[in-house]
Structure formats: structure tokens, C-alpha cells
Design a protein around this ligand. Sequence first.
Ligand code: UD2
Length: 354
Amino acid sequence: MSFKMHLLTSRTVAVILPVLLLLGMLYSYIWRHYRDGIFGQEVRPADGSSSRVDFTIVNHWFHLVASDYLEYQQPSIVQGRTDVVTVTPWLAPIVWEGTYNPELLDSIYRPQNISIAATVFAVGKYTKFLRDFLETAEQHFFVGFKVHVYVFTDRPKEVHQVKMASGRQLTVVPVPGSNRWQEISARRMELIQTLIEEKLQNHMDYIFCLDVDSKFHGRWGTESLGALVAVIHPGYYRDDRSKFPYERRPESTAYVAPRKGDFYYCGGAFGGLLQEVHRLANTCRTNFEADAKKGIEAAWQEESHLNRYMLINKPTKVLSPEYLWQDFKPRNPEVRIIRFSGVIKNYADIRPNV
Ligand code: UD2
């Protein structure tokens, strides 16, 4: 190589290298922002700790592909249910019987091969509810789809063996017991967060977190899918929001002011995409712990924190009280079907404390 050529090559390298370096930095900056927006976010709880979670992109959420061969009833925009409201003021659907076509929905989601995790806690004497919960879930919960049920319990030997259909499985996760039911109920958020981080991310698409003292009676399926899914509590949906049992002490991070609130949601059933439920669980757990440091326990433990969260982070799909009724309540006429309901229980018999 001549001296001139050599000089030219070194100059070229001297120019190209910094440009490449700059481009690399720019790419990594843009990628980080894009990923945080689409795949998940670095969550920084109030205590300053941080937990990064990366989630794979969820195509089926953005792109709904229907089968060309399926024939179904023509939808209408002028006829439909008039006895209930089917959309929130922020335009999220409220799911009631008669507002959707289950075959159409299943035909959209089945080819996507989606997977659904379900968590249920059975600590102490609550293991007695597991059998009915698991058996009825086999009959009604996402039938024909990939489902992985995680049972958190301090009594693994009492977990009932249920025959599960192919593609469905159950994992028992041992957890410590507790002398306080409030702690068992509230600790669920932390355990759900850890489960997502350690076991589910990049393996499952959706997660639903459910109370164990309940049974399925009717279909709970693809109509319930959404990014962030809340269930309207059956006890308060006809009441004025000033009567909702939100946490009313301003010192609590779960505080909701008297003239605020959309709906009162259940702590006993919620779900959505993994990254959304992770964000919810992490926030509720962090806020619960911040309250605990001040000696405050919210009126309805994690249910109060969930309600505060959903007031700010609006659910993208809202499930009507069909999705969590209470067996002691007579059915209201607008509730045409009860899909999932809490059984009647004697708190004094089953809780570790009163
Ligand atoms: C309501 C909520 C519940 C929770 C609670 C406030 C509904 C239908 N239920 O139910 O989700 O927000 O208020 O904390 O919205 N558990 C055990 N062992 C125990 C106690 C509780 O495993 O000793 C678990 C179990 O999964 C149970 C859940 O925690 O289903 C909630 O406890 P609960 O059913 O006693 O609470 P409850 O009926 O007040």
C-alpha cells in the first residue's frame, strides 16, 4: 500500500469510527425507549429499588385475524342490550352476556395459540375450596386453550388432584402460612409480581388472579381478554360512588376522595397481559408497604390499592358482575348468567383470626 493510500485509509477509519459509535448510541437510546413503551417498563417503586422486566411483543393484542370460513350472526349498531351500559366513559368494553359472539372470538384467538396463567391462593383452611374451584375451572375457564394454574399454598398435600385436559396444567407453589388473613390476602400482590418475573415472562401471554373460595358456573373465555382487566364488584354497582368502600384516609396511598371513582372493582378477580398485571402488582405491593411503614392498612387491603390503581390506570376491559357474583345475593335481572361466584362461607371457621 502506498503512503497516500495508507493516509486515506487511516483518515477514513478516523471519520467512520466515531460516526458508527454515535449511530450505535443513538440506536440503543431509541431501542430502550421503544422497548419500555411497547414491551414493559423499568418499574421504580417508591423505595428506590428497581426491577426490570422484559416482555415479548404481543401480536394478537394488536391484530385480530378472523377465519374466512366462519359464518355468524350479523352484528348491529342499533339493536342490542339496552338494560345495561356496555362501554365505559373511556371507551373500554363492559362485558355482559349478549354483547359478544363467543365462537367468533374463539376463532380469532385459537390460531394465535395464546396461553393463560391463573393464580389462586389457598392458605390455611382455604384449601377446602380448591377442589370445586379447580374442577369447575376445567369445565368453564378458557376451555380448549392453554391454561396453567398456579396454586399458592402452605399445605401442598391438600391440593386436590384434578384430571386436566391436554394443554392444561397445574403447579403448586409452597408459601408460608400466616396468623392474619389480612396479610395472606395482601401478600398476594408480591407473590404475583415474583411469579411473573421468575416464571411467566416470555412464556405466557395473559394472567388472571382469582379468589379460591369461588366456583365457575358458566363460560369465562376469550371475551375477557384485554391489556388490563377489572371485574365490577357485585355489591356496589348500583350505588353512588360516595358509598364505595374505598380507602378514605388521605394518609394512605390507596386514598380515593369522596367525589372520585368510576366503579368499585373486586380484589377477587383481575387480570390482563403479563406486563400490565406486573405493573399493577408491583405498584400495589409498593404502596401497601409504604402504608405499612406508616402503620396504615387500607380498608380492604389489596382490593383498596387495586381500586386506587384502576382509578388512575383505567382498565381496557371491564367485566360485568357476571364474572364475580356472590352466592348469598339474589340475582338481579340484568345479570342473565352467573359465570363465577364466591361461595357462602363462615369466616369464623376458616380464617386464622377475626
Ligand atoms: C374480599 C375480596 C378479596 C380480598 C378481600 C380483602 C372479592 C370477591 N373478594 O373477599 O379478593 O380483596 O376482600 O382482603 O372481591 N386467603 C387464604 N387464606 C386465608 C385468607 C384468605 O388463602 O386464611 C386467600 C383466598 O384465596 C381468598 C382470598 O385470600 O379467596 C381473599 O380472602 P377472603 O375470601 O377471605 O376475603 P373476602 O371474602 O373478604
